[in-house]
Every structure is written in C-alpha cells, then in structure tokens.
Design a protein around this ligand. Structure first.
Ligand code: NAP
Length: 278
C-alpha cells in the first residue's frame, strides 16, 4: 500500500509519513545504522525527510546528504533556518550552507525553526528571494502559535506558508483547541514533530494496552492516530527495524472504539493553552 498524502496550500501532495533526523549524527558509532534506517524509510515510501541546520550543528544535514545521495529526486527535503540566522541576508547564507551539506541544489521546504527577534518581514523576503532563485520550492514556519500565525497571515505573502511544524502527539494535544483549526481553515497542514514524544509515549501503559488490544505496536498506534488527524508525521528512527514498524502505521485503520479509548486515555484540550515546544 502506498503512503497517504497530504496537500500543501499549493495543491502539491506530500507523504503524510516521513522521517525525522534530530539526534542523528551525534555518535559516530551509530552513523551506519542511521543511514541504513533513513534508506529503509525511503525504500518504504517515507520520502519526506525533515532536518535542520541546528541538528548536530550541521552534521545531521551531512548525514542526510549521504543517505539520499543518488536518489535526491525521490525525496521531499525539509530543512530549517535558526532564528539567529533569519535576517534577510543571513537566511540566504544559511540556506546555501544547508544545500552544500545536503549535497543538493534545492530544498523542497524551508522552515523558520522558531521565532525570535528577527522581524518576520526580513525572513519572508529571504524566502521569496530563495524561491525566485530556485533554491527552495516552498517555505513555512515551526513552533508558531496562534498569534504568530495571525501576524504572519497579515504580512504580504504570509498566507503562502506551506506548514507550521509543531509539537503534536497523543500526550500533547493543545493545538487541537485553536492552532490546528486555524491552520485547517487556511488549508495549511500541521507537521507533527516528536510524534512519539521522543520515545516516552511508547512506555505509556494506557497506550500499550490499547495497542495490544488491536494487535499493533505502540508506535504504530501513536503514529496512525496522528495520520487520522490529518497531520504530516515525522518520527525519527535511528534503527531500520523502527523505521519498518513506523511504516506500518500507514496501514493501521483506527475504528471508532479505538479512537474513543485514546480520547479517554489522552483527553483532548478543553481550553486554550500556549503552544508547547521541545
Ligand atoms: P520522536 O520521533 O517522537 O521520537 C524519536 C525516538 O523514538 C527515538 O529515540 C527513536 O529511537 C524512538 N522510536 C522511533 N520509532 C520507534 C519505534 N517504532 N519503536 C520504538 N522506538 C521508536 O522524537 P523527535 O526526534 O524529537 O521528533 C521527530 C522529528 O521531528 C525530529 O527528528 C526532527 O526532525 C523534528 N523535530 C522538530 C522540532 C522543531 O522544533 N521543529 C523539534 C523536535 C523534533 P531510535 O532512534 O533508536 O530508532
């Protein structure tokens, strides 16, 4: 079965299940396994790869470059600029460094990693220049809360953001109250980071019990739930067997009883709360 897809505001469809890379390239001893895990994920159709200049101080981008060498065209490649590089000229220079490390001439999606002091207009101007030069195909944001998104939408061209990449998993559902509906109303898909809460969720007894009841692994269930919510989901797997297990989430249909059991164990938000970040 092929991976489900999610439409960006441009209409282009991207795989709903991809591959995260934070914490990769941190230990030389894990390098071969990490590259093998990424290639396994690509072989299985999880061809959206999320990285950032921050990860391993550029080393994760180099590792991704190695993993996708010779198969760049299969991949929807996402990277991010750090807020302190996000001036007009700084964003362009950061993107060019990322392209060199990744061994490619273009990013499919370039995100502002989180908001800091740089005026958004400056970063948007850089995204526009990079797109005009063919160095990025889409741009978006990360860790933007409701007020940040509203500010963005008010800027010329701001409504063209392709995604808001945010912390979203069963144990962190705050965005369902306001940010998620706001993005949905604009046709902007949310990209769910830390979808298994960096592994913590997989030790949760309620999740484990519900997963056992339907004959699925906890990771499969946690990821399938996010897919059912319409998110783009980017679990990080440094091991090929984890990548294979995560891929199964795309085939795990969840019935009403399972969704209700998950809502009882991980209640949806009943009021607004500030966006959480890792
Ligand atoms: P995550 O994907 O929720 O969890 C990763 C951890 O879960 C790793 O320890 C991994 O182990 C383990 N794991 C994955 N699949 C598993 C499975 N099937 N069974 C058992 N364990 C499994 O956390 P994350 O890395 O923080 O988030 C995912 C990606 O989102 C990141 O890699 C990054 O690309 C992005 N992200 C973005 C931001 C942002 O600010 N924009 C913040 C955080 C993350 P192994 O490595 O041993 O396989």
């Amino acid at each position: 079965m092929s991976i489900p897809t999610v439409a960006l505001p441009s209409g282009e469809r991207v795989p709903a299940l991809g591959l995260g890379t934070w914490m990769m390239a941190e230990r030389g001893a894990d390098r071969a396994a990490e590259i093998a895990a990424l290639r396994t994920g690509l072989d299985l159709g999880m061809t959206l790869v999320d990285t950032a200049e921050m990860y391993g101080d550029g080393e994760a981008e180099k590792l991704v470059g190695e993993a996708i060498a010779g198969r760049r065209d299969e991949v929807f490649l996402v990277s991010k600029v750090l807020p302190w590089n996000a001036s007009r000229s700084g964003t362009i220079a950061a993107c060019e460094r990322s392209l060199r490390r990744l061994g490619t001439d273009r990013l499919d999606l370039y995100l502002l990693h989180w908001r800091d002091d740089e005026p958004l207009e400056e970063t948007l101007a850089a995204f526009g220049a990079l797109a005009a030069a063919g160095k990025i195909r889409h741009w978006g944001v990360s860790n933007f809360d409701v007020s940040d998104m509203e500010e963005l939408f008010a800027l010329p061209g701001g409504a063209a953001a392709a995604t808001d990449q945010v912390l979203y998993n069963l144990s962190t559902r705050g965005i369902e109250f306001d940010l998620g509906p706001l993005c949905a109303a604009r046709g902007i898909p949310v990209m769910a980071y830390s979808p298994v809460d960096q592994g913590r969720l997989l030790r949760n007894k309620a999740l484990r019990d519900i997963a056992e009841g339907i004959g699925a692994a906890p990771a499969e269930l946690a990821l399938a739930w996010l897919l059912a919510k319409g998110a783009i989901v980017i679990p990080k797997a440094g091991r090929a067997d984890h990548a294979r297990q995560n891929r199964k989430a795309a085939e795990l249909g969840l019935d009403e009883a399972t969704l209700a059991a998950l809502d009882r164990a991980f209640p949806p938000p009943r009021s607004a709360s500030p966006l959480e970040m890792i």
